[in-house]
Design a protein around this ligand. Sequence first.
Ligand SMILES: Nc1ncnc2c1ncn2[C@@H]1O[C@H](COP(=O)(O)OP(=O)(O)OP(=O)(O)O)[C@@H](O)[C@H]1O
Ligand SMILES: [Mg+2]
Length: 206
Amino acid sequence: MVSSTLRQTLRKELRLKRQSLSPTEQQKAAQQVYNQLQLLPQITQASHVACYLPNDGEVSLTPFIDFCWQAAATEAHPTLSLPVLHPVCKGHLLFLQYHAKTQMNNNTFGIPEPVLRCPDVIPTRQHHVILMPLVGFDSQGNRLGMGGGFYDRTLASIHDYRVRPLLVGIAHDCQQVASLPIQRWDVPLDAIVTPTRVLPFTSQFK
Ligand SMILES: Nc1ncnc2c1ncn2[C@@H]1O[C@H](COP(=O)(O)OP(=O)(O)OP(=O)(O)O)[C@@H](O)[C@H]1O
Ligand SMILES: [Mg+2]
């Protein structure tokens, strides 16, 4: 099977798997991923962390987001951001600050995102960690997304930065495959966090 067809077939299969998880299983996965994140100094000591809001059966980061918002009043905590579809550079993302009172709008995919206000933009390279949703992953740290190429375009030059954000994929265990058919533009991950495991791929996580 040619790579693009295989990628589409895998997307379909893996999306069905995560969509079929029950609300109870989703809630448990969200809590377990939160527990894993809390054990990682790369996350807890980061000052800027990009999150996402769950769509299509992705693992929810709500427990982590709630923790960061509650900790905001009392102690050092990561400032959170969410991806927003770039209004000018089509196919790219911008990251905007996300706090409890952020005004939200649904984007063209029906995913809530912060209303675009220039002062709220956090430059991509200013993040310490970018938590990324994914459809599939393998044991080499390769990532298959929903097929829009948004993260790939936005992070295409990330390895040229002197200091760069760590890229951490968040996934259900059932989203792992033996080997992903990757393309030259796919940006690999530094680590993947699932409800049961942290898979480290680069020295920052080993
Ligand atoms: N750096 C890039 N520059 C230009 N086009 C790109 C780039 N990265 C990806 N694309 C385009 O985006 C399309 C989708 O890419 P891909 O299938 O890897 O998406 P994905 O990784 O599943 O999505 P996402 O990055 O949003 O999670 C491809 O057809 C590819 O041509
Ligand atoms: Mg890709």
